[in-house]
Ligand binder design. Structure first.
Ligand code: UDX
Length: 447
């Protein structure tokens, strides 16, 4: 099938590469010439396991191409994906200007019946706006071309995006048009072989499904973080509580890990956007507001422990930080908890000595060169000359450190673990003070 993907960001590129891999003929359009040139040379702008070989192989096999020529790109596809960004504007609502601009471009260049697929995460009602935009443009241009707009949200996890896209657990098709449904079922047929992954519904429900999924997951995390905070005051251990409740299949073990807060490009943005949309229709989304509120406070947690431990005096202290990305297996630092910690530490005059397996360049790009940030090449180098260690991301390589060495190296012999990687009693055996999240036992006597 001939496919066009408009917007070669994270979602667009992964989707395009996976569709090409199963044999579709995919043209990707982006306005950024440098990005297009780089991709043609096999340089991928993001770190995502498995993506580089997939893009390179399909580009070489001529099933995947990149262009800035919107006319040629749109003429290519029977289906056209809109996968451009919807960044939050000042009040947290999703900014639709790029989506609507693409709709206009599609209307300008389409020459035959086209199915327009909204892949970007967009507020409920956006498909109607896209439809309206295309109809208006066609009218202005006095063109008579049939089209339909489908909502087909993505559910990719960073670090597992290729696999999520190759083996989706659901394919949401929001459409009121039989022709569009048929084309999309054909498009996704290769991903749908053993089980029917397609869930067909009306457009607005599909749009809301995406927000509901992310908001539900964010809610699970914030709920667990609230329980962790209570556990600290009650002298309970949230890790025991987690196992205790996760064993109930109605609750399950997934996404109930307490920690120093969720980050990334989706949860914070989507929770905020749904709160704004709700406000717009006169509904107060109380649960979502609480989810967001708990998360912002949770991001302050490690810093609060440090202030307690060092009696408010962090001036001139060197803090080793392991993990800068918002989660493992990505270099993405958008809304990462590490950023809140770093910025708080700097405000108190502390020096940060940080290591992350992938996000070092990103940290450099965000913060530039500054005296109080030392980015070092290994986790061992991060603790040299440090007073304390803080862990912000649960990279596998941080899970079994040499505690004897940590004890011998850290001047203040203390570990602040924002991801509950260790058993407090084991750490204590090595003579280290330990702060986990919600581990009443580990902070006994400190309140
Ligand atoms: C998320 C959704 O999982 C995905 O389906 C959607 O399409 C995009 O948003 P992603 O942002 O890549 O994906 O990350 P995810 O793995 O979901 O983690 C999000 C954040 O939650 C991370 O900061 C992670 O550390 C945190 N988290 C996750 C917890 O704090 N506790 C948990 O139990 C799980």
């Amino acid at each position: 099938m001939k496919v066009t993907v408009f917007g070669i960001g994270y979602v667009g590129l992964v989707q395009a590469a996976v569709l090409a891999e199963v044999g579709h003929d995919v043209a990707c359009i982006d306005i950024d010439q440098n990005k297009v040139d780089a991709l043609k040379q096999g340089i991928i702008p993001i770190y995502e396991p498995g993506l580089t070989p997939l893009v390179t192989a399909n580009y070489e096999a001529k099933r995947l191409d990149f262009t800035t020529d919107a006319k040629a790109g749109i003429e290519h596809g029977d289906v056209v994906f809109i996968a451009v960004g919807t960044p939050p504007d000042e009040d947290g609502s999703a900014d639709l200007q790029y989506v609507l601009k693409v709709a206009e471009t599609i209307a300008t260049h389409m020459t035959r019946r086209t199915v327009v697929i909204n892949k970007s995460t967009v507020p409920v009602g956006t498909a109607d706006k896209v439809k309206e935009q295309i109809s208006t443009c066609l009218r202005d241009l006095q063109k008579d071309v049939a089209f339909s707009v489908v909502s087909n949200p993505e559910f990719l996890k960073e670090g597992a995006a290729v696999n999520d896209c190759m083996r989706p657990d659901r394919i949401i098709l929001g459409t009121d048009c039989d022709y569009a449904e048929k084309r999309l079922r054909e498009l996704y047929y290769p991903f749908n072989r053993n089980n029917d992954r397609v869930i067909k519904m009306d457009i607005r429900s599909a749009e809301l499904t995406k927000y509901a999924a992310n908001c539900m997951l964010a809610t699970k995390i914030s709920f667990m973080n609230e329980m962790a905070n209570l556990a600290e005051y009650f002298g309970a251990d949230i890790e025991n509580v987690r196992k205790g409740i996760g064993s109930d299949p109605r609750i399950g073990y997934q996404f109930i890990y307490p920690g120093c807060g969720y980050g990334g490009s989706c949860f914070p943005k989507d929770v905020q956007a749904l709160i704004r949309s709700a406000t717009g229709i006169g509904y107060e989304a109380s649960i979502l507001k609480a989810v967001e509120d708990v998360n912002s406070r949770q991001k302050e947690k490690l810093f609060a422990y440090m202030m307690t431990h060092f009696a408010g005096d962090l001036q001139g202290k060197t803090i080793a930080v392991w993990g800068l990305s918002f989660k493992p297996n990505t270099d993405d630092m958008r809304e990462a908890s590490s950023r809140v910690l770093l910025e708080n530490l700097w405000e108190q005059g502390a020096i940060v000595q940080a290591f992350d397996p992938e996000a070092m360049e990103e940290a450099q790009r965000i913060y530039g060169h500054r005296e109080d940030l030392k980015l070092v090449g290994t986790k061992e180098a991060a603790i040299v000359g440090a007073d304390a260690l803080a862990i912000c991301t649960e990279w596998q390589s941080f899970r079994a450190p040499d505690f004897t060495h940590l004890e011998a190296t850290l001047a203040h012999k203390v570990v602040f673990d924002g991801r509950n990687l260790f058993e407090p009693e084991f750490v204590a055996d090595y003579g280290l003070a330990y702060y986990g999240i919600g581990r009443g036992l580990s902070i006994k006597g400190r309140h």
